[in-house]
Write a protein that binds this ligand. Structure first.
Ligand code: GLY
Ligand code: MN
Ligand code: MN
Length: 451
C-alpha cells in the first residue's frame, strides 16, 4: 500500500464507482458487461544488475494502491470470477532474499481486497476467460508494443469464437479517458493528501529562501528541497526539481542544476514533493542576493499580477481556458506598460506578440501525476471547472539573452506556480504557504543575509 496513502476502503470505493461504468446498463444494456484491463508495467534497467525504482502505472495505483509489478482486471459481466482480480508475483523465498518481501496471492486478497488473485504469468489466460464472456474491453494501452500486440491477439481469439458461441464482436476501447473522468474529480481522501503535499512543499520552498547563499550551486538548492520532501514523509520529488539561476531560468524544463548562483540574479525554483501518491507542483522565483533590480521587479510584478488575476477567476462553472486567457491578458498589458511590447492590448493578444516571452499554457491538471489525467476540452468546448478538480496556475515571462526586448530585461526568467483546488464556491490554494509577495521575499532574503 502506498506509504501515507489512502486506506483499502478508499480504493474499494473507487473500484465500486468505476464498476458502475463497466456494467451492461452503462452502455444501454448492449455490451453484456465490460472488462477493464491494466497490464503490468515493465521494470526498467538502469545499468547492469540495477533497475530504476519500480513505478506502477498510475491508473493501477489509483484503483488498488498495489506497488509491485502486477496486472489488474475489473469486470462487471455477472459471470464467473466477476469483480476485482489482481495478477501478482507469488511469494518466493529465493527471490525475496534478494529483493524483499512480496505481497503474494494471499496478501493481494487479504490486504488489497482482491476478489481473485492469480500468478502474474497467468494474466493472459485469465484475461481471455473474461474476454470470452464480456462485450467490451477497456484496455490501458502499454508503452510496450509487445504487450499491446499480445492483447490484440487475445481479442482476435475471443472474436474468432463468437460466430459459434454467439454475440457481437468485442468493442475495444482505451481505458485512459474513462479513468481520467474519475481521477479528474478528487475524492476527500485525495484532497487531504494533496493539501499535505502542498504544505510540505511550500515549507521546503520557504526554508530554501531562508538558507540559500550567493555562491551556492544550483544542485545545493535542489538538495535542500529534495531532503525536506523526503524527511517530511514524501516519497521524493514529484518530478525532477528545477533550480535555475539567472538566464538558466529562461529554459522551461531546465534540470542540469549545476551552475553557481550569483548575487544580482534571480533563481527560479520549480519543485514539489509527492506525498501518499499525490503531487505538489510549486514554482517560486526570488533574488539570490537581498533584492530585485528594477528590471527584475518590473517583470516579477507582471507575472504576480497575472497569476493573482488568473487564480481569482477559478471557480465552478468557468471554462479552464478562461484561466489562461486571463493570465495572457494581464501579462501582455504588463509587457506593454514596461516597454517590451508595442501596440494595443487586443492587437498584441490577437497577433500573439507575447509568445516569445510566454510560450506555455497557464494550467495543467494535478493529482497522482504531475501532469495529471484528464482532457482540457470536453464535448467540443473548453472543459468547465467543477468542485474537486485541482489545477496549477503558473504564468511566467522568459526573456532569453537574444530576445527582442530592451537589453536590461534580457536573461531574466520568472515563473510563479501554485496548486489550486476548485471548491464549491471558489478556490483553495493548496500551496499558499510558500511566500511570493515581492516585499516578503526581499525581507526573507535580507534576514538570511544578516545571519
Ligand atoms: N514542474 C512541471 C510543470 O510545472 O509543469
Ligand atoms: Mn506545473
Ligand atoms: Mn512546476
Amino acid at each position: 500500500m502506498t506509504l501515507h496513502g489512502p486506506d483499502p476502503a478508499a480504493y474499494a470505493e473507487r473500484r465500486q464507482a468505476l464498476r458502475t461504468d463497466l456494467s451492461p446498463e452503462a452502455d444501454g444494456g448492449t455490451n453484456g458487461g465490460a472488462v477493464l484491463f491494466l497490464p503490468e508495467s515493465p521494470e526498467v534497467v538502469f545499468a547492469n544488475d540495477v533497475h530504476f525504482a519500480y513505478r506502477p502505472e498510475t491508473n493501477l495505483r489509483y484503483l488498488s494502491g498495489f506497488e509491485e509489478p502486477a496486472a489488474l482486471l475489473l469486470t462487471a459481466h455477472g459471470g464467473e470470477e466477476d469483480g476485482f482480480t489482481l495478477c501478482v508475483k507469488p511469494r518466493d523465498e529465493q527471490s525475496e532474499t534478494w529483493t524483499g518481501r512480496r505481497v503474494g496471492l494471499d496478501g493481494a486478497r487479504q490486504l488489497y481486497r482482491a476478489d481473485y488473485a492469480h500468478p502474474l504469468e497467468e494474466t493472459y489466460e485469465i484475461l481471455l476467460r473474461h474476454l470470452r464472456r464480456a462485450g467490451k474491453l477497456y484496455y490501458g494501452h502499454s508503452r510496450e508494443p509487445q504487450i499491446n500486440q499480445k492483447i490484440l491477439e487475445l481479442v482476435h481469439q475471443a472474436n474468432a469464437e463468437r460466430p459459434r458461441r454467439g454475440g457481437e464482436p468485442l468493442v475495444v476501447t482505451e481505458a485512459g479517458p474513462l479513468l481520467a473522468e474519475h481521477r479528474l474529480r478528487k475524492r476527500p481522501e485525495e484532497i487531504a493528501l494533496m493539501r499535505k503535499a502542498g504544505e510540505i512543499s511550500a515549507a521546503a520552498h520557504q526554508r530554501l529562501m531562508e538558507t540559500l547563499k550567493a555562491g551556492d550551486r544550483e544542485y545545493q538548492a535542489q538538495a535542500r528541497l529534495d531532503y525536506d520532501f523526503r524527511f517530511n514523509g514524501c516519497s521524493g520529488p514529484a518530478y525532477g526539481t528545477i533550480c535555475a539561476g539567472g538566464a538558466n531560468a529562461t529554459v522551461l524544463h531546465y534540470t542540469r542544476n549545476e551552475a553557481v548562483l550569483c548575487d544580482g540574479d534571480l533563481v527560479l525554483v520549480d519543485a514539489g514533493g509527492e506525498y501518499g501518491g499525490y503531487c505538489s507542483d510549486i514554482t517560486r522565483t526570488f533574488p539570490v542576493g537581498v533584492g530585485f533590480s528594477k528590471s527584475q521587479a518590473a517583470l516579477y510584478d507582471c507575472v504576480l499580477d497575472a497569476q493573482q488575476a488568473a487564480i481569482d477567476v477559478v471557480r465552478p462553472g468557468i471554462a479552464i481556458e478562461e484561466v489562461h486567457k486571463t493570465s495572457v491578458r494581464v501579462l501582455t498589458q504588463g509587457l506593454i506598460d514596461i516597454g517590451v511590447l508595442d501596440g494595443s492590448l487586443d492587437d498584441c493578444i490577437e497577433k500573439s506578440k507575447y509568445s516569445p516571452f510566454y510560450m506555455h499554457n497557464t494550467s495543467h491538471w494535478l493529482g497522482m501525476d504531475v501532469h495529471d489525467a484528464g482532457t482540457y476540452r470536453h464535448a467540443g468546448a473548453s472543459r468547465t471547472l467543477e468542485a474537486g478538480m485541482v489545477l496549477t496556475v503558473e504564468p511566467g515571462l522568459y526573456v532569453r539573452s537574444d530576445a527582442p526586448a530592451p537589453e536590461h530585461f534580457r536573461g531574466i526568467g520568472i515563473r510563479i506556480e501554485d496548486d489550486v483546488l476548485v471548491t464549491a464556491d471558489g478556490a483553495e490554494v493548496l500551496s499558499a504557504a510558500a511566500p511570493k509577495r515581492r516585499a516578503e521575499l526581499e525581507s526573507i532574503r535580507r534576514t538570511a543575509a544578516a545571519r
